[in-house]
Design a protein around this ligand. Structure first.
Ligand code: COA
Length: 331
């Protein structure tokens, strides 16, 4: 075994759309504000569970990879909006695609989930233990979005992406650079609220270390802090992953960033010194779908035939945690 390859990709977007005009009916906002600050025009909203979206994306990836689900050794789900606390989304998806020989693990690395999972897949595959890994990233951000808060509700959408990563006899370049700045846990989070139990008094205010100020389960975000963090780590992670891979940033055919906000990507581009057309973007159509955003893009790039064998691609993510990281791989 010499390396790893992306053997197949898939994605699924639920049919229901919410445009900027739709948001103008529920909060005080405008198409002009949303487009100029974020680049987003519409997003998809799911009326189905996360695992069902995951199953659809996973089946598409398996079909593209031309392998049966029974050949999967590992299913990694990166969903942060899973339907159940337990079992994991990976188990639900494995059941419904009949991945009868797979070990199932859920990873919570927020919007960086796919990049983290890619690195875990590499480690399992290069150990020689496993031959085929399915990464599946279904997200239903509408589940944790507060539709009365105009500063966050316009940003997020639902969808799923998936990829089959396999051991390869060919020596293909791959490197990743992963980091977590856990001092930033309060910048971006969605918490569980205790339901209480008969043995405990009500939780005291300080027991949640400040998080209790947000006494609901909706996503909280300090937009300005996230913006500063993202514009700093996006170029850094790409440069470090390229360094580890022994390639120059200029050699990359595409950089696929987490699709959060077009302004973040433009600033990162300037810092990296690369033209915007190196960045693959679809945030305009889908909004921020958390860990689904990168694999949805990878699937689009694949299905549009935009990559030739040997092309180098970087994927780069950042999100709650604060997690961040990039991976460079050869197509
Ligand atoms: N429509 C109209 N006005 C809005 C609005 C909306 N949807 N949301 C916020 N505003 C208003 C604010 O209330 C504020 O008004 P005020 O000046 O009267 O108080 C004004 O716009 C500016 O708000 P501000 O928060 O300073 O905007 P910003 O330029 O920082 O842009 C974000 C806000 C969220 C777009 C920006 O901070 C950002 O992109 N952050 C990163 C978000 C992200 O990518 N998160 C996901 C990471 S995984």
């Amino acid at each position: 075994m010499e390396g790893i390859c992306i053997r197949g990709t898939g994605s699924y977007l639920p049919p229901k759309l919410a445009t900027n005009e739709d948001f103008m009916k529920i909060v005080d906002t405008s198409d002009e504000w949303i487009v100029s600050r974020t680049g987003i025009k519409q997003r998809h909203i799911a009326c189905e569970p996360v695992w069902q979206m995951g199953v659809k994306a996973a089946k598409a990836a398996l079909e593209d990879a031309r392998i049966p689900a029974s050949e999967l050794d590992l299913v990694l789900s990166t969903s942060v909006t899973s339907d159940f606390s337990t079992p994991g989304a990976s188990c639900m998806i494995a059941q419904h695609i009949e991945a009868v020989n797979a070990v199932c693990i859920d990873i919570n690395a927020a919007c960086t989930g796919f990049v983290y999972a890619l690195d875990m897949a590499r480690m399992y595959l290069t150990s020689g233990e496993y031959r085929n890994v399915l990464i599946v990233s279904p997200e239903k951000l509408s589940r944790i979005t507060d539709y009365t808060d105009r500063s966050t509700c316009v940003l997020f959408g639902d969808g799923a992406g998936a990829a089959v990563i396999s051991a390869s006899e060919e020596k293909k370049r791959f490197a990743s650079y992963l980091r977590t700045d856990a001092t930033g846990t309060k910048v971006l989070f969605a918490r569980h609220v205790d339901k209480g139990n008969p043995f405990q008094e009500k939780q005291k205010a300080n027991e949640f270390d400040g998080f209790e100020e947000h006494d609901n389960e909706y996503l909280y975000m300090n937009g300005k802090e996230v913006y500063k963090f993202a514009t700093r780590v996006l170029p850094l992670a790409v440069e470090e992953a390229c360094k580890k891979c022994g390639v120059a940033v200029e050699e990359l055919k595409y950089i696929i960033p987490h699709q959060a906000n077009i302004r973040i990507v433009k600033t990162a581009c300037e810092r990296l010194g690369v033209p915007m057309d190196k960045m693959y973007l679809n945030v305009e159509r889908f909004g921020n779908t958390s860990s689904a955003s990168i694999p949805i893009c990878v699937d689009e790039v694949n299905r549009r035939g935009l990559l030739q064998r040997g092309d180098l691609v970087a994927v780069v993510g950042f999100g709650a945690g604060l997690t961040y990281g990039a991976a460079v791989f050869e197509w």
